[in-house]
Design a protein around this ligand. Structure first.
Ligand code: ADP
Length: 366
């Protein structure tokens, strides 16, 4: 029987459990044995790999976070750590792995797959494993699933967890609005997103925010005057509250950070708007809580496709990740998307927004 393992890695996101459930059950449905690797790459290095049955993932569909654990694993960055990971996989008879994580985890996955044959050779030459033991496992098949609340991966329209985080943010803004309206206050709400303003922008649209700050579209030198003018206009129209949404990576056009405190000070300015203003940094509530329907569905459909991809893979086939493009679940080349994502982050740091946007919108061949 073929053995397929699933793992969650990097920052947790709602929907990761739904991925685990989907991969485990699809693998069993296809006549394979299913395994879970616990605590991300740490579990590969330490050998925390457990056979998982259909009923073991009951209740996983809606649960937030990841029940099989995730970790940042230093050993996996080094070759000896990856060699140990290969040994543990072979000892468990596993040569197919679905990994749900962010661009870091997917980079590690690609490196692991490309090194696999030489890692196996080393294990034999070092006397760790015998030739007969490794013979059936000369190739590793890997597939990526993108678990990230930021929706920051190039080549896919959405990532698993982003819809839940966005929903959570909107819910929190709704709660804050009650107080804002009652007291005619202003609130500056900081959301996650160092290089990607998706959550801030969409939350702003969904809550009718007065002003939004995102890394991709830095405000000009006159942002203070611009914001003051708009907030004043809205107040003059009779609006009793002011909501400003700021992504944690917000900057001005000169590359200087715009912090929530700077925005608060501006709204409070005794010579300006004079608004009673508070800041709320949403932090980890954005990651928490159950997965919304959209993430459960995305995770389930992508998990099914991931197992199909693993079963159809040949030693020659390119490593894929599962994307969603124009509402279709599709396979795309993993490293092209990961590299583009990392270049987007660099371009945003370097204030080259035209390049960043072009890279983010790249449609990789399916
Ligand atoms: P994310 O997957 O959310 O981007 P990280 O970047 O922290 O999170 O990556 C998660 C784990 O993946 C790391 O702790 C490490 O074990 C592994 N990893 C990340 N990048 C690499 C790499 N370049 N080479 C090998 N392993 C990596």
């Amino acid at each position: 029987k073929k053995k397929i393992a699933v793992m969650t890695s990097g920052g947790d996101s709602p929907g990761m459990n739904a991925v685990v459930r989907s991969v485990v059950r699809m693998a069993i449905y296809m006549g394979c044995d299913a395994f879970c690797v616990y605590e991300g790459y740490q579990g590969l290095v330490t050998g925390d790999i457990r056979k998982t049955e259909w009923n073991d993932v009951r209740g996983y569909l809606s649960e937030g976070g990841t029940l099989i654990g995730t970790a940042r694993c230093m050993e996996f960055y080094e070759r000896p750590g990856r060699r140990l990971a290969a040994k543990n996989m072979i000892l468990n008879g596993i040569d197919a792995l679905a990994i749900c994580g962010g661009d870091g985890s997917l980079t590690g996955a690609d490196k692991f797959r490309s090194e696999w044959p030489s890692l196996v050779d080393e294990l034999v030459s070092m006397g760790e494993l015998k030739e007969e033991q490794v013979a059936p496992y000369r190739h590793l098949n890997i597939v990526g699933l993108v678990g990230s609340i930021d929706n920051d991966l190039s080549g896919t329209d959405n990532t698993i967890g982003a819809a839940s985080a966005l929903s959570r943010i909107c819910e929190m803004v709704d709660y804050i609005e009650a107080t804002a309206s009652s007291h005619q206050r202003a609130f500056v709400i900081e959301v996650m997103g160092r290089h990607c303003g998706y959550l801030a922008l969409m939350a702003g649209v969904a809550t009718g925010a007065d002003f939004i700050f995102i890394p991709e579209k830095p405000r000009g030198d006159n942002w203070q005057q611009d914001m003051t003018k708009i907030v004043k206009k809205h107040r003059d129209l009779g609006k009793r509250k002011t909501i400003v949404i700021i992504a944690e990576g917000a900057k001005d056009i000169n590359g200087n950070k715009i912090s929530s405190q700077m925005v608060v000070d501006l709204l409070k300015d005794p010579n300006g708007l004079k608004l009673d203003t508070r800041a709320t940094i949403l932090g980890h509530v954005q990651r928490g809580g159950p997965a919304v329907a959209e993430d459960r569905i995305l995770a389930t459909l992508q998990g099914v496709e991931a197992v199909k991809t693993l079963l159809e893979a040949t030693p020659e086939s390119e490593t894929c990740f599962i994307a969603i493009t124009e509402n279709k679940i599709v396979r795309k080349p993993l490293m092209a998307a990961v590299e583009a994502t990392q270049q987007v982050a660099k371009a945003i740091e370097a204030q080259d927004f035209t390049k960043a946007m072009a890279l983010r919108d790249t449609e990789f061949a399916e």
